[in-house]
Ligand binder design. Structure first.
Ligand SMILES: [Zn+2]
Length: 328
């Protein structure tokens, strides 16, 4: 187990990686006001360019001046800004490189973190490529429409893997069905030979893509357990969903306030968390690569998590987005 030495005598970490889907300036701001008021500093991904596939995706980009003001404001407050592809839809190499330049010009630094968006063809090692044999074959069969990704394919017009390797320090893989992400994957951040050409280190995240899942994963009981276990939570969600019918999701507000009151809680954005884990990993002699069977096991855990919340406990985005709760 990766025994963590937390900064300032703290005892556990809670952070969020926020997928920017559905984030519009007026509705996302009240959600971040709650995080900020309670002392949290998390990671928000952004699109540089406007959405190109409005049938599937929506949300503001850095080209919207009000939204840009909001992003610059939370950045100043200590939140981390990261990339969610340069935009939603079909972006080819030259536009991606242009978007990366635009990102740097606007935010004063390159993105250090990127997460793949939905069906973007420029996604990096996406779909069944996220798994090794034999699970990759199963995933390919199960999600046959989720396989056209070319970000790391060198002769493709969507290739940007060389820039991904140069800029992006940490990539996200494997969904964890537990608030304590680190307990399930003590190797974080780790390297993976399967993806070494165009990626650097990797991390896992707690699966909580919407407020239904958030409520299941993050509540008083699970927060108390995270504290007791001295754990680390890196929660993946879409905070753009959380403002509906004129207000921020009440459970989210309550849970964040509960976290905010915890004297033992350490709040820092994802990159800072992973940097800290890396230091501890070296001190604790934890290997850089996951052992063979551990990798197989966590791949299976990740796939089972997806299947569980799609077909058994129907709370994933497929179900959430068809519900009354998703409507404005
Ligand atoms: Zn997305």
């Amino acid at each position: 187990m990766n025994k963590i030495k937390f900064p300032n005598g703290k005892k556990f970490i809670f952070t969020i990686v926020d997928d920017t889907d559905d984030a519009f300036c007026d509705k996302i701001k009240p959600v971040y006001d709650i995080l900020y008021k309670n002392g949290l500093r998390t990671t928000k991904t952004v699109w540089v360019k406007p959405v190109r596939d409005p049938k599937f995706s929506k949300g503001d980009s850095l080209e919207n001046p009000d939204y840009l003001d909001f992003i610059l404001d939370i950045k100043k407050k200590g939140f981390e800004i990261a990339l969610h592809n340069v935009g939603s839809g079909d972006y080819k190499r030259s536009e991606i490189l242009d978007g990366l330049n635009q990102y740097k010009e606007i935010l004063g630094q390159n993105p250090g973190l990127h997460i793949n968006h939905s069906y973007n063809p420029d996604n990096i090692y996406c779909g069944s490529k996220r798994f090794s044999f034999p699970l990759n074959m199963i995933v390919k069969k199960m999600y046959s429409q989720y396989n056209a990704f070319y970000g790391e394919v060198k002769n493709s017009k969507y290739f940007w893997g060389d820039f991904h390797k140069k800029l992006i320090k940490y990539s996200r893989n494997y969904e964890i069905d537990d608030i304590n992400t680190l307990k399930r994957n003590p190797y974080m951040p780790y390297s993976d030979k399967q993806y070494e050409d165009y990626c650097n280190q990797w991390y896992s995240s707690t699966f909580a893509s919407n407020q239904w899942m958030f409520k299941k994963m993050v509540n008083k009981k699970s927060i108390d357990r995270l504290e007791k276990e001295g754990g680390v939570c890196i929660l993946y969600t879409h905070l753009g969903y959380y403002f509906k019918k004129g207000k921020v999701d009440p459970h989210f507000k309550q849970a964040i306030e509960y976290l905010g009151q915890k004297k033992n809680a350490c709040f820092m954005p994802v990159t800072e968390v992973l940097n800290l884990l890396q230091e501890n990993k070296i001190k604790n002699n934890i290997p850089e690569y996951m052992p063979f069977w551990f990798k197989k096991r966590i791949e299976l855990h990740s796939l089972i998590t997806r299947i569980k919340y799609r077909y058994i406990i129907k709370k994933d985005d497929y179900h959430f987005k068809q519900s009354y709760d998703y409507k404005d």
